[in-house]
Design a protein around this ligand. Structure first.
Ligand code: AOS
Ligand code: ZN
Ligand code: ZN
Length: 426
């Protein structure tokens, strides 16, 4: 199922006048304050976020999975879903694949479909946290960290195979997230598993094409509950440094203990040129993977404030790879992803409105109240007309969710794919 531009454009007509008025009002206000509205609009339009293949189904929890109906069953269908989100939002221009869940039968065919839908391949994700039916050695007690040399070599080889496959598709990066850890004190020797992990990552890094990046994701706990080998940004940063210049830390918003100052981690990594990638989601307790911006929108804005500062002031840091990493138990996954994209772009746009010059001055004067005023002035700006304009000027929907419902896309997907479908993935 491929959405057509005329349908989107004709539905946009209904609310266009309203949009136009609000946009003019906002643009006027911003121009009066000295902002270059066209420039901000361009930045927002260019901001593209990858959708992971595993976010397109209703993931569920370990207690149960409930199909959302019409879920994608094949890689082609997953790509079509992302294409649909991109057509509506004009902000999801890439898909991130997970191996072995998404091994293409015909790489060329998949590449063609992706380019027809105006999508790119984002990072490839390896999987050494599950045993596959045909695999010889188990990852039950670890993969890249394993003290079982056979299991460790198998995990290294898997990552190398993922890079090879990614090369065929035109991806430019590999994300490694390891479940490796322990659930009981004494189970692992901390130094041994860290040393093994370091050695394994170095072996993988050696096979990385020159124009590729390796992203190392950290997480404090889960699935193991006593220790995780790559538990925090410091460990990831250290491992990335041991690998080389093309290895980076990846920050997943859900991978921090409660109340961690994530924006400060972002600032530190960017200063060192080592923030490679980012996984967006939101959470109240742990790695909840809820819709972006649904719980802590102000934190998200503060994180974007550091990202914007870093992108403008840290040429040593490459442009980060953005991805949503979320799961859906209750909502239509496509609606959820569109809500996440809106929250991301909204925080980004607000961060672009932080008056950096005045903030620097207020900081120099130790005018703490004024510093807060400046941040909150940007945060409280209603940037929705700006996001709408960015979308429609590229052929997207004024209101993606509303258009999605108006076109009854879920029903069409169910008619096409069937009711009792279950996407592969977590
Ligand atoms: C797991 O908690 C991580 O967030 C991973 O980034 C990701 O969800 C996983 O690799 C999916 O396969
Ligand atoms: Zn993640
Ligand atoms: Zn996670």
């Amino acid at each position: 199922m491929i959405i057509n531009k005329e349908q989107i454009a004709s539905h946009n007509q209904i609310n266009f006048d309203n949009h136009d008025q609000s946009f003019d009002f906002l643009a006027n206000q911003l121009s009066k304050k000295g902002y270059d509205v066209e420039h901000i609009l361009k930045k927002v339009t260019d901001f593209q976020v990858a959708i992971p293949s595993w976010a397109l189904g209703a993931g569920g929890t370990r207690f149960g999975r409930f199909s959302y109906h019409g879920e994608p069953g094949t890689l082609e269908q997953k790509i079509e879903d992302v294409g649909m989100i991109h057509a509506l939002t004009q902000s999801a221009g890439a898909i991130s694949l997970h191996i072995p869940w998404d091994v293409p039968e015909d790489a060329e065919k998949v590449k063609k479909l992706t380019s027809v839908l105006d999508l790119k391949f984002d990072a490839m994700n390896s999987n050494t946290f599950q045993d596959q039916p045909d695999q010889e050695h188990s990852y039950k007690f670890g993969s890249l960290c394993s003290t079982d040399e056979n299991a460790r070599q198998q995990a290294i080889q898997h990552n190398i195979d993922v890079i090879r496959l990614g090369k065929k598709l035109g991806s430019k990066s590999l994300t490694v997230w390891l479940a490796d850890g322990s659930s009981f004190p004494g189970q692992n020797n901390f130094q041994t598993v860290l040393k093994n992990t370091q050695d394994s990552l170095q072996q993988i890094y050696k096979t990385l094409p020159e124009d590729w990046k390796l992203f190392i994701e950290y997480k404090p706990y889960e699935p193991y509950f006593y220790s995780t080998v790559i538990q925090d940004w410091g460990t990831s940063f250290m491992l990335a440094n041991e690998c080389g210049p093309n290895a980076y830390t990846l920050v997943d918003l859900g991978h921090h203990l409660p109340n961690t100052n994530i924006e400060q981690i972002v600032a530190t990594l960017m200063m060192k040129g080592k923030l490679g990638g980012f996984h967006f989601n939101d959470s109240k307790y742990g790695d909840d993977d809820l819709t972006v911006g649904s719980i802590k929108p102000y934190s998200l804005f503060l994180i974007f404030n550091e990202l914007v500062y870093g992108m403008e002031n840290n040429p040593q840091n490459p442009y980060p790879a953005w991805m949503i990493d979320a799961s859906h138990n209750l909502k239509d996954p496509l609606e959820d992803l569109m809500q996440s994209l809106e929250a991301i772009r909204s925080s980004y746009a607000k961060a672009l409105l932080v008056d950096q010059k005045s903030l620097r001055e207020a900081q120099r004067n130790h005018d703490v109240s004024q510093c807060q005023e400046i941040l909150q002035d940007a945060y409280h700006t209603d940037v929705r007309p700006l996001l709408e304009r960015a979308r429609i000027s590229n052929g997207g929907a004024l209101n993606p969710l509303d258009t999605y419902r108006y076109l009854d896309i879920r029903k069409q997907l169910i008619d096409e794919r069937g009711k009792h479908t279950m996407a592969t993935g977590l």
